[in-house]
Design a protein around this ligand. Structure first.
Ligand SMILES: C[S@@+](CC[C@H](N)C(=O)[O-])C[C@H]1O[C@@H](n2cnc3c(N)ncnc32)[C@H](O)[C@@H]1O
Length: 210
């Protein structure tokens, strides 16, 4: 992995996180319980927001640079995390192992969204919940146009993160029952600029049928 991907990009992610995300991380992790898996832990941005009551947190993250930064948050939050350096497309866990799976700002970066969703479904217990917060392809034509214009450059600068994946469609098309769904308008507080044009979000919960 390059110096940029391993050291610089994790630093950029931490430094450029919009403050509005804090509220949406809190809401996305509300009700998370039991034996929890987070796919794509990154720099551990969610660690301060997990309810204290969860039993156990396991994380999958392929990048050791992300993991190094996440370790600081592990120390700050005092939260134990069992880390697996691997990808969400092939999870090293048995069927029906977890009560909850979480992904935030992940599916934009994975090689195969449908495969990650299939693996998420597989490792959840029947009746278990998948909590997601993802940035997505816009339904608004002007924003969509900007997303397509900037996608190639964005993918390089943001280490594989794409702006034009129809993640809502992939989640709705999966075997999950979507039980909660919110479209998050472009952050009202964000300053006018690229972030206004290219990062609409969705947040929700999907359930694995019993
Ligand atoms: C934009 S970061 C988001 C990190 C974190 N989830 C958050 O909300 O701050 C995307 C993360 O997904 C990881 N990633 C990329 N491809 C992945 C894959 N196929 N499976 C699991 N994680 C992946 C990256 O290394 C990176 O840490």
């Amino acid at each position: 992995m390059s110096f940029y991907a391993n050291r610089v990009f994790p630093w950029i992610l931490d430094k450029t996180e919009p403050k509005e995300l804090s509220e949406h991380r809190t809401l996305a992790l509300q009700g998370v319980s039991g034996d929890v898996l987070e796919i794509g832990l990154g720099t551990g941005g969610n660690l301060p927001y997990y309810p204290k009551s969860i039993q156990r947190l396991t994380a999958v993250e392929p990048s050791s640079g992300m993991h190094a930064r996440a370790q600081k948050r592990v120390v700050e939050t005092g939260r134990d995390v069992e880390w697996h350096q691997t990808k969400g497309e092939q999870l090293p866990f048995g069927d029906g192992r977890f009560d909850t799976v979480v992904t935030t700002l992940l599916l934009c970066s994975v090689d195969d969204v449908d495969k990650v969703l299939q693996e998420t479904f597989r490792v959840l217990k029947p009746g278990g919940h998948y909590h997601f917060l993802e940035h997505v392809l816009s339904k608004e034509p002007e924003t969509c146009k900007w997303q397509h214009r900037l996608n190639g450059l964005h993918k390089v600068v943001a280490c594989g993160c794409e702006l034009i994946k129809d993640i809502e469609h992939s989640i709705r098309d999966s075997e999950f029952d979507v039980t909660e769904f919110h479209e998050i308008p472009l952050f009202a507080g964000a300053k006018a600029g690229l972030d206004q044009k290219i990062y609409p979000y969705i947040r929700g919960i999907a359930r694995k049928p019993v």
